[in-house]
Write a protein that binds this ligand. Structure first.
Ligand code: NDP
Length: 609
């Protein structure tokens, strides 16, 4: 931090000292500028062609089956949380023939693929794991580990009979609206050509792995894999936490220090002969404080409607105005701090500028604490300095872990900081940074997933609606929808994702469960009234989009932030991105509004024919 800036008198104290706000901002800016690069998203390699082996499913063998040529009432693309919660609500609403189409070998979505050691949810299980009350499952920990979450997905699949009709290891190639028959025609890479009265799309925002565009990546002669296709045959161990015993004599590199690396590095540090963690930008790593969930305590709170109450409470806390905080974690901590500051302010001083100042002060304090935590844990001073994150907490995905920083105290675990520039080159034998070659036996890519690319590129097909209208055309100027669910020109189609709805990023499943419930209610209404088609009117869609644009814009994605997928790698995302927003009054208000909308029976904005 620059030490020549004057300390402003209104700077907040942290552990008894003042924060030098201008100096901190200057440091944030300098660190950001160092990382800006002209190629933005284009720096990453698409995993296809000769790199396609990085996508192979290491977990489930592919089973041959006859192509489907039948008709189902509802077909859903994606067997993750979105498909499972929508499918469950449809079954409850009396729609028994729901077919989930899934490219993986089982249900689970992100939790099917991400079985790397240490994977666990970062949002408290009580609100993160869907349909806990319906399935009667008590999470074993405040933050459940991946195998338990995957099992919850399977449990939902079994309980609601979703396995019977599902097709796995199947990728959609096209979905086209058949105007004459008022139904969708679905073709897949398994030769299927079946029809559905309704379709749902829950393809997930982060499911296409990406590789860093480091020159020479293809020349490496050792072993390599992406974290979302963990090779336990090579490493030993298992997703349940068994030691990665086969790495004892191996030199391993991991590229990336995002949320995935933060969770698996402690396991690698324990197991590898030598571990090199290649860092471009440090993550902010706050306290995790995971604890087992006590059966008696759970029984005392799990009274009817408990999960909905917890969901609503967590979401209300994100808005900063709840009386009580049931979850008490890192996500609600920042809100609690902002709220405390607001309460100290006189009512007539709560202008948007004051609110922003309160938010900024809370953020400075939080990040100073997170940096101080690095010093208190990491023994080597130079390593500690390099592990400090110099940006606002929501510039990048906040991380929480109680053994990531500690891992750098393990003999044999080395941080290779690239000073914001990334790995220079990959050779036959290893990786080059700062002119030094690090020879390794294995490279693990913790390099994340495609985000800034188009919807149709990530889903693998371009939906064709009424009059041959393609989704890519309908959304050429940005997303257009009502509630993020209904899109004009695409009758009987439903999108299950957060944008243009609540846009609640801290607990994505809450967006999905509410969408699933809404879709089931709409379909039930259509079936009860003999309607063959349901579609949002153009006027209703335009009105909704206009309402969204009255809001404050996006909470995350500031161009001032250090580059990352939250802000399109620091590049102007273009005018379309201003539509990637949520309900102006916030997530809690949106869910209240949506509940009223679906329960008053009018379904305002939808045309049933
Ligand atoms: P991220 O995209 O967050 O991280 C990718 C990492 O790779 C970054 O550290 C990035 O650096 C680094 N990188 C990219 N290119 C290079 C290069 N050329 N040289 C060196 N490093 C490079 O991916 P993750 O898989 O970690 O996480 C993706 C998202 O998945 C998370 O943000 C989160 O939303 C979700 N997730 C959720 C979890 C949970 O809830 N428990 C657990 C794990 C993931 P830089 O930062 O500089 O770009």
């Amino acid at each position: 931090m620059a030490d020549n800036a004057k300390t402003p008198t209104d700077a907040p104290p942290v552990a008894g000292r003042q924060i030098d706000k201008p100096a901190l901002l200057a440091k944030y800016q300098a660190e950001r500028d160092k990382r800006l690069r002209p190629d933005g998203n284009a720096q990453y390699l698409r995993v296809s062609g000769h790199l396609a082996h990085y996508l192979e499913d290491p977990y489930t063998p592919r089973v041959e089956r006859a192509p489907k040529t039948d008709h189902v009432t509802f077909a859903f693309v994606g067997g993750g949380f979105a498909g499972l919660v929508t499918g469950a609500r449809l079954v409850e609403a009396g729609v028994k023939d729901v077919r989930i189409i899934e490219k993986a070998g089982d249900f689970g979505g992100t939790w099917y693929w991400n079985r790397y050691p240490g994977a666990q949810c970062d949002t408290a299980s009580m609100v993160y794991m869907p349909l806990l009350e319906e399935t009667g499952h008590r999470p074993s920990e405040k933050y459940a580990h991946a195998p338990e979450i995957l099992e919850q997905c399977r449990r939902i699949g079994r309980q609601f009979g979703l396995y019977e009709n599902a097709v796995f290891h199947t990728e959609v190639e096209s979905i086209v609206w058949d105007e004459a028959e008022a139904r969708w025609v679905i073709c897949t890479n398994r030769g299927d050509r079946f029809t559905a009265s309704y379709i749902g799309l829950g393809t997930g925002p982060l499911h296409v792995p990406k590789l860093p565009g480091i020159s020479g990546i293809e020349s490496f002669k050792g072993h390599s894999f992406h974290t979302s296709r963990w090779d336990y045959d090579y490493t030993g161990g298992d997703p349940g936490g068994a030691p990665l015993a086969k790495l004892a004599d191996k030199r391993v590199a991991i590229i990336g220090t995002g949320a995935t690396a933060v969770q698996c590095v402690p396991h690698l540090a324990k197991a590898c002969g030598e571990l090199y963690v290649f860092q471009r930008t440090p993550s902010s790593v706050d306290v995790r404080a995971n604890v087992p969930i006590d059966a008696d305590w759970f029984a005392s709170i799990a009274t009817p409607g408990w999960q909905q109450r917890w969901l609503e409470n967590f979401t209300a806390n994100q808005g900063g105005f709840a009386e009580e905080d049931l979850v008490q974690d890192g996500w609600t901590d920042l809100s609690r701090r902002v709220r405390a500051k607001l309460q100290q302010m006189p009512h007539d001083r709560r202008s948007p500028k004051d609110l922003w100042a309160a938010f900024e002060d809370a953020d400075f304090e939080k990040m100073e604490e997170i940096r101080a935590r690095v010093d208190s844990i990491v023994q080597d001073r130079e390593t500690a300095q390099k592990l400090k994150a110099w940006y606002r907490q929501l510039c990048k995905r906040p991380c929480f872990h109680d053994s990531y920083l500690q891992a750098f105290n393990t003999p044999g675990a080395h941080l290779v900081d690239t000073d914001g520039q990334g790995v220079e080159r990959i050779t036959e034998k290893g990786l080059v940074v700062g002119g030094r070659e690090y020879e390794v036996d294995c490279i693990i890519y913790a390099s994340g997933f495609e985000v800034g690319t188009s919807y149709e590129r990530r889903s693998g097909f371009d939906l064709v609606g009424r009059d041959g209208l393609r989704l890519s055309e309908a959304w050429a100027e940005g997303m257009q929808s009502k509630h993020g669910i209904h899109v004009h020109g695409f009758p009987n189609a439903f999108f299950v994702q957060p944008t243009q709805g609540a846009n609640l990023i801290s607990n994505v499943p809450h967006n999905l469960t509410e969408a699933g419930r809404t879709i089931a209610t709409v379909i039930r209404h259509a079936l009860d009234n003999g309607a063959k088609e349901v579609e949002v009117t153009k006027e209703a869609q335009d009105e909704w989009v206009a309402l969204l644009l009255t809001g404050m814009g996006r909470m995350i994605g500031s161009p001032d932030c250090t580059p990352g997928y939250y802000n399109n790698e620091g590049q102007d995302p273009g005018p379309a991105a201003r539509l990637n927003v949520g309900y102006p009054a916030g997530a809690a208000a949106y869910f209240r509004y949506l509940d009223g909308w679906r329960n008053d029976g009018k379904f305002e904005g939808l045309a049933f024919r």
